[in-house]
Design a protein around this ligand. Structure first.
Ligand code: EAX
Length: 367
């Protein structure tokens, strides 16, 4: 924990150097962005020029992600930043720092709580360290289609989940998406759960993800995204699991031979703003930010849909072997995870929340 806070504070210090005099970031503390390129809502794409536009704004917001600039998390945040700038006549801007420049997803979440980062977009999995409300999304194969996932995210219960950590300093702005997760590895195509036996697989820092791979015989290691490429390159792990856009924009095809389209989980990607920072803003700027987040969401989801197709082609063009395993054996193999993690206990999915989500899914049957 101490190490993590230190890394966030170090990012804040570095950012002070990069953004000194670039207008307040409103939080009363130094902005926070390690040196390096920033994609910005005030500039078309990642470039140092974005600092200039931030210099003219009253609120120069800093956002961090673990994803590359070409990934839909960043594209969606840049779009949101453009809309915010337009709606506030440049009074509020958003710089986007990708590639874990400001730390891993847990660091970014803590960065919002500490006030060193103002906005982030993360997978729900790392939130398990802060709340149980998002764990329902970590149950293997709970969704069969993107339509089902979107119906849940955009429902009343989805909004309740998104806002469940407002009082912990993370004000939910929107449900962006990461997408259906698949297994990549260097050992062999994964056709049945038994093929995972003994495979050293990186997972996100989430107890349910780890259990799902353990019950299938794999050897799960939780790891921040920024360390995954090197770990695969050095062979300390054989595998990881992520949606196609993450695999492609991180160039995992350079260090992974196989991708097996298990679709074992759908990762939503909540966008959060730091509560103290947001609460201190004039109401007109708060509305502009909330509206911009909502308007950027369909665009972000379209980018995921597109990159799921174009990205898969790119993985094949770059030498990865794709296989499409039958899902039923994997669903059967991970059923015990539900017995273990759907119960009225800390660190578990509440049965009431689970049944509400299942009700919505049942209204959107897979074809
Ligand atoms: O949230 O850590 C992960 O595998 C996530 O999918 C990624 O950082 C985007």
């Amino acid at each position: 924990m101490k190490k993590r806070i230190l890394s966030v504070l170090m990012a804040a210090t570095l950012a002070a150097a990069v953004f000194a005099g670039c207008g307040s970031n409103g939080s009363g503390s130094a902005g926070s962005a390690a040196s390096g390129s920033a994609a910005s809502g005030s500039a078309a794409s990642g470039s140092a020029g974005s600092a200039g536009s931030a210099a003219d704004s009253e609120y120069a917001m800093i956002s961090g992600t673990t994803t590359p600039d070409a990934h839909p998390y960043n594209l969606g945040l840049v779009k949101m930043g453009e809309l915010i700038k337009e709606k506030t006549n440049g009074a509020v801007t958003l710089d986007v720092f990708g590639n874990s420049q400001l730390g891993g997803e847990r660091d970014l979440i803590e960065g919002l709580q500490l006030g060193s980062v103002q906005v982030t977009c993360v997978s729900t999995a790392p939130l398990s360290g802060f709340t149980d409300m998002f764990l329902v999304f970590d149950l293997p194969f709970i969704f069969e289609t993107t339509e089902q996932a979107r119906a849940v995210m955009d429902s009343e219960i989805g909004q309740e989940i998104l806002h469940s950590v407002d009082e912990q300093g993370l004000v939910g702005l929107a449900w962006f998406e990461n997408g259906f997760r698949n297994v990549t590895n260097n050992v062999k195509p994964i056709a049945v759960p038994e093929d995972l036996k003994g495979i050293k697989i990186r997972t996100m820092e989430n107890q349910i993800h780890m259990e799902a791979f353990k019950v299938m015989g794999a050897d799960p290691t939780p790891m921040a995204m920024g360390d995954v490429f090197t770990a695969l390159q050095q062979g300390t792990i054989d595998a990881e699991e992520n949606p196609v856009p993450i695999v492609e924009t991180n160039k995992f095809y350079e260090v992974q031979k196989y991708i097996s389209m298990t679709g074992h989980l759908f990762s939503p990607a909540p966008v959060f703003i730091a509560k103290d920072y947001f609460d201190a803003m004039p109401a007109e700027y708060q509305s502009a930010i909330t509206e911009a987040a909502a308007e950027a969401t369909p665009y972000q989801r379209e980018q995921i849909d597109e990159q799921n197709v174009s990205g898969l082609q790119s993985l094949q063009d770059n030498g990865m072997e794709v296989n499409e395993p039958e899902k039923a054996p994997f669903q059967d193999a991970t059923k015990t995870v539900y017995d273990q993690y759907v119960k009225d206990e800390a660190g578990c999915v509440s049965p009431d929340l689970y049944s509400k989500v299942e009700e919505i899914i049942a209204q959107h049957p897979a074809q």
